[in-house]
Design a protein around this ligand. Sequence first.
Ligand SMILES: O=C1O[C@H](COP(=O)(O)O)[C@@H](O)[C@H](O)[C@H]1O
Length: 241
Amino acid sequence: MESLTIIESKDELVTKLKEEIEKRSKQAIKERKQFSIGLSGGSLVQYIGEVIPRLITDLEKWKIFFCDERFVEESNQDSTYGCYKRILLDGQTSLKEEQFIKINTKLSLDDSARDYEERILREFNCSVDHVPKFDLLVLGMGPDGHTCSLFPEHNLLKEHNRLIAAIDDSPKPPLQRITMTLSLINNASCCCFVITGESKAMAIKQVFSKSLDISYPVQLIKPINGDLIWILDTAAAKFLK
Ligand SMILES: O=C1O[C@H](COP(=O)(O)O)[C@@H](O)[C@H](O)[C@H]1O
């Protein structure tokens, strides 16, 4: 199933995202007693920070992963985990640090990517030849059509062997990052994009024109056996009819 919702205000966005997360978490917890969610960084952090404290869900059963992460210490303002930690831990919610599966920045970049992949496999009780199935990945998009740390025309778009990969030449700072690859992302039960702001409008127009001439990484997100949800604000959707 693919759906598109265009929202008028931040309150409406938070409500829509809350509905999706609540629905998916209830179903996963009912079926498997655990909910696995992957979060992105950037502008999404503020929305997730408003959604999670309002959710009716069993937060204890959550495992939170990162769709991509900047390879910096968590005290650095670029750290996605660091941003979530400041708004979700320290008493704002009942979430605990152990529920976050995060990268180890004490290792080298490549070892950290391998270590993060192994941790994910362990959390899902998967062997190396099985691809974990996340219940929900919440994704963003940059004005250049990148998602996670998968950038236009980058070699990582052709990575089929790894579930997690390192990038040390990111066109958007910081240079070093760790990201889910397309194989892992497209195996999720649901990929939900949250895209806001006028700077994304041209890329959105081209993505929805389904033109084969343009190749944005977001166009490669097609869950094999799952749902694809687009939540856009009116600014990002301004060229859509
Ligand atoms: O660098 C990143 O950018 C994308 C998009 O961020 P936004 O601020 O334009 O929404 C984000 O989804 C990704 O996680 C992040 O590392």
